[in-house]
Design a protein around this ligand. Structure first.
Ligand SMILES: Cc1ncc(C[n+]2csc(CCOP(=O)(O)OP(=O)(O)O)c2C)c(N)n1
Length: 569
């Protein structure tokens, strides 16, 4: 199965498996909390396209994995979670550290198994890896009782029967239905005046970036990306528009609302993307390509559906489409860009104050856009989507569906093991970073290098922003005191740095990049900055709250005035 590294934490019910581990050429990374192990496996899988593996003991070890499993489930990330279980004769007796883990994880795994006999371990693990990766990828869990781990059986890894796990039956259309769907899709594309491609996570997962590029170059249609689709199409390509949805670019959301054809590729019309479904893309016919038939028509009714691997579909669809001139449509979108306030912040004069957007924009500039950037959840995540130019598939590791704070640092450790040759940056808020900051200790023990940028605004920023916009500015439970992050890094034997002014930024980032070990940088940014534009939850996609049209100087003065009543950090 080619597993090189597993992330885990031992305990009584998984001890026999741990005891056997040194016999195999598999690296084990000892985490500080099982949630960290789950996110590391997930980050490993997202950064590499291979299966990530995490191991935990029964009871609390297994339940600590739950948040990470659910995170992987909602974003279709292939992971295998292996948990120890109490011995089979104790199951159901409320034995010490017994939890019904297959029960708990049933709704958040693609599939799970309880294994009670040694001879079933090999075949089930084979099947588990197959299920995790095949069709629409996703997490699976194998719960193995202690007596099964202690048992013995004959095992021949070359046994061909093991290589043939139960097949999933994909829903296949008849050859004629398929031909009709391709024909109708090609005709819709040829006849559209304002086509728009919606590129989702499926493009990245299927490795279909080259096919998408060829499709765009043939049809001339512009591309809007979902958050998880960023990097699936190079952001510097002239047809790349940027991100759609709640915190998407204003011109992208307008393009969705004005398009006469949406070509949705490997995306699932999630509510953060569509806003109010009743008014979503009212003028557009819709083509939906997805591997998972259950996604078709789930949120949005479509005119043509093709259920298949998006890489294969694009390969077949592209030659059937005409080369057309889309100049008028592109010019219309470009005109919208002209008044987009979202970029204003980059044009702010350098007053010495530090905006999160500056930090992220400069990180992109200094790393030449080549780093693997791993985000947490919150404002900083949306700023990374907006201000880091994403040209490479799997260059951005970010969780979408579950919105799990605490994801970034452990996921970056996973990415580090998956991509040892690449520079890895964590971008996290001061809140989310603290949820799994214990994994700094894992970085220290493993001697690995991860660069950590804490966008420290002294608040649970995204919640504060909602309070500012929708709750009368009452900041209940969002001001947050943090430890001294520089000292925290040093306490772990790592390097800590701090940046308070933009003028210091580049030198500190370069110093951090030169440092051989993990570095934590505490970026003290403007405290009450907000992410724009924003579509309020459930509102029409066209109803965006835009950055107030204050002259840049006024914006800077307002921000500077807040200094006196800063909350403690
Ligand atoms: C585990 C978890 N708990 C709570 C939330 C709700 N939530 C979403 S964003 C956010 C604030 C994040 O603050 P911070 O990590 O400082 O990042 P910022 O928004 O300031 O960039 C919170 C509390 C969540 N997404 N995940």
């Amino acid at each position: 199965m080619g597993v090189e590294v597993v992330f885990g934490y031992p305990g009584g019910a998984i001890m026999p498996a741990y005891d056997a581990l040194p016999k195999y050429r598999v690296k084990h990374v000892l985490v500080r909390h099982e949630q960290g192990a789950a996110h590391m496996a997930d980050g490993y899988a997202r950064a590499s396209g291979r299966v990530g593996v995490a191991v935990a003991t029964s009871g609390p070890g297994a339940t600590n994995l739950v948040t990470g499993i659910a995170t992987a489930m909602l974003d279709s990330v292939p992971c295998v979670f292996i948990t120890g279980q109490v011995s089979s004769h104790l199951i159901g007796s409320d034995a010490f550290q017994e939890t019904d883990v297959t029960g708990v994880t049933l709704p958040i795994t693609k599939h799970n198994w309880l294994v009670t006999r040694a001879q079933d371990i090999g075949p089930v693990l084979r099947e588990a890896f197959h299920v995790a990766l095949s069709g629409r990828p996703g997490p699976v869990l194998v719960d193995i009782t202690k007596d099964a781990q202690q048992g013995s059986c004959d095992f021949d890894p070359a046994d061909r029967r093991l290589a043939r796990p139960a097949r999933q039956r994909p829903v296949r259309a008849t050859a004629q239905d398929r031909e009709d769907a391709f024909e109708r899709a090609a005709r819709l594309i040829d006849h559209a005046e304002r086509p728009l491609i919606l590129a989702g996570h499926g493009i990245v997962q299927a490795g279909a970036a080259a096919e998408l590029l060829a499709f765009v170059e043939r049809t001339g249609a512009p591309v809007a990306s979902t958050l998880l689709g960023l990097g699936g199409f190079p952001a510097t390509h002239p047809r790349a528009l940027g991100m759609m949805g709640m915190h998407g670019e204003a011109w992208v959301n307008r393009a969705v609302q004005e398009a006469d054809l949406l070509i949705a590729l490997g995306m699932r019309f999630d509510d953060r993307v569509t806003g109010n479904l009743k008014t979503y893309a009212p003028r557009a016919r819709k083509i939906h390509v997805d591997l998972d038939s259950s996604e078709i028509g789930k949120n949005v009714a479509v005119d043509v559906a093709i259920v298949d691997d998006v890489k294969r579909v694009l390969g077949e669809l592209t030659p059937r489409c005409k080369r057309l001139d889309r100049t008028a449509w592109i010019a219309r979108i470009e005109a919208e860009k002209g008044d987009a306030a979202v970029r204003d912040i980059q044009a702010l004069p350098d007053t010495g104050k530090l905006h999160a957007a500056h930090v992220i924009h400069d990180l992109w500039r200094l790393t030449e856009g080549k780093a693997v950037v791993v985000t947490d959840v919150g404002q900083h995540q949306r700023w990374v989507a907006q201000y880091y130019t994403h040209d490479h598939a799997r260059g951005l590791v970010t969780r979408g569906g579950l919105g799990t704070m605490g994801f970034a640092l452990p996921a970056a450790i996973g990415a580090r093991f998956a991509r040892p040759g690449d520079e890895v940056w964590v971008v996290a808020g001061d809140g989310g970073f603290q949820m799994t900051a214990c994994e700094l200790s894992t970085c220290a023990q493993e001697g690995i290098k991860v660069n950590v940028a804490i966008i420290n605004n002294g608040y649970l920023g995204m919640v504060r922003q909602w309070q500012e916009m929708f709750y009368g500015g009452r900041y209940v439970a969002t001001p947050m005191r943090s430890p001294d992050f520089v000292k925290l890094a040093e306490a772990h034997g790592l390097t800590g740095m701090r940046v308070t002014k933009r003028a210091e930024l580049a030198a500190v980032v370069e110093a951090a990049r030169r440092e051989p070990g993990t570095v934590v940088i505490d970026f003290r940014v403007e405290q009450e900055d907000s992410v724009y534009p924003m579509v309020p939850s459930g509102a029409d996609l066209g109803d965006m709250i835009r950055r107030p049209h204050a002259p840049p100087s006024a914006l800077v003065e307002t921000a500077a005035d807040t200094e006196e009543d800063e909350v403690p950090r």
